[in-house]
Design a protein. Structure first.
Length: 254
């Protein structure tokens, strides 16, 4: 069985079908790019896997667990972490505190008690050290004690990645991590994602519009259009698929 197994997922919002019988699998340690035009259903799938949305039909299994049978608060305990297309950082908190949030789900105190300084101090100290180590690994340690507000967009994107990393993820879902970055920052981020995958044996599901980045680091690519899968395979196969060409260029498939 694949490490992540998406099986016949359908999501309907009233009369709108956001996902239509979507199925694919990702092997352990694989980087899988999930691509498609705007509105294809990519973020909807992320929201299903992370339990923000309930699917109308179908199931998602990860490492043998049926994620669709779990509550949203239980997902991180299974090693499933994500970043967001729009930054979900607290501007008034320091960078270090923002990163620590990513590990609170796996502490006895939880986020709310820790926020009010009511957490377990040894546990908090250990989490703080772990957060600083993640910032150091991503070359962000110089910002650790500064507020997140006012930092460059590319830096904020990497902070969000550090926050996901300290939860000890097994599956890391990245929702447009290169959005708003310069060409050099995109190339640097691609190298970071590959290095983290190799170091921590992560399974990565990547939604991204920078096709050069997707093709460079993905071992597998799944292409959506209007909620349906139109292609599934390695980058060389997908880039030459007539259905993919038609979806992106607006022509008709051969």
């Amino acid at each position: 069985m694949a490490m992540l197994d998406v099986s016949d997922i359908t999501v309907r919002f009233g009369g709108i079908v956001a996902l239509d019988g979507l199925s694919f699998g990702i092997e352990e340690g694989q980087i899988c790019g999930l691509i498609g035009p705007n509105g294809a259903g990519k973020t909807t799938l992320f929201n299903v896997v992370s339990r923000i949305y309930d699917p109308t039909e179908g199931s998602v299994h990860f490492g043998g667990d049926n994620l669709t049978a779990l509550g949203a608060h239980e997902i991180s305990q299974r090693g499933v972490y994500r970043t967001f297309q729009n930054l979900a950082l607290w501007p008034g908190m320091t960078v270090l505190e923002n990163v620590m949030v990513g590990g609170h789900a796996n502490t006895t105190s939880g986020f709310v008690r820790s926020m009010f300084r009511a957490g377990n101090k040894p546990e908090e100290d250990m989490l703080r050290e772990k957060a600083y180590a993640a910032l150091y690994e991503l070359d962000l340690h110089q910002h650790a004690f500064h507020p997140a507000a006012g930092l460059p967009f590319g830096t904020l994107k990497r902070i969000e990645l550090a926050r996901a990393l300290i939860g000890d993820p097994k599956l890391l879902m990245l929702d447009e991590p290169a959005s708003g970055l310069t060409h050099s920052e995109v190339d640097e981020l691609a190298a970071v994602i590959k290095a983290l995958r190799d170091k921590y044996n992560l399974t990565v599901l990547l939604v991204e519009h920078h096709m050069r980045m997707v093709m460079a680091i993905s071992e597998k690519i799944v292409v959506l259009n209007f909620g349906k899968k139109i292609a599934d395979g390695d980058p060389d196969v997908v880039r030459n698929d007539p259905n993919v060409i038609a979806a992106y260029l607006g022509g008709e498939a051969a």
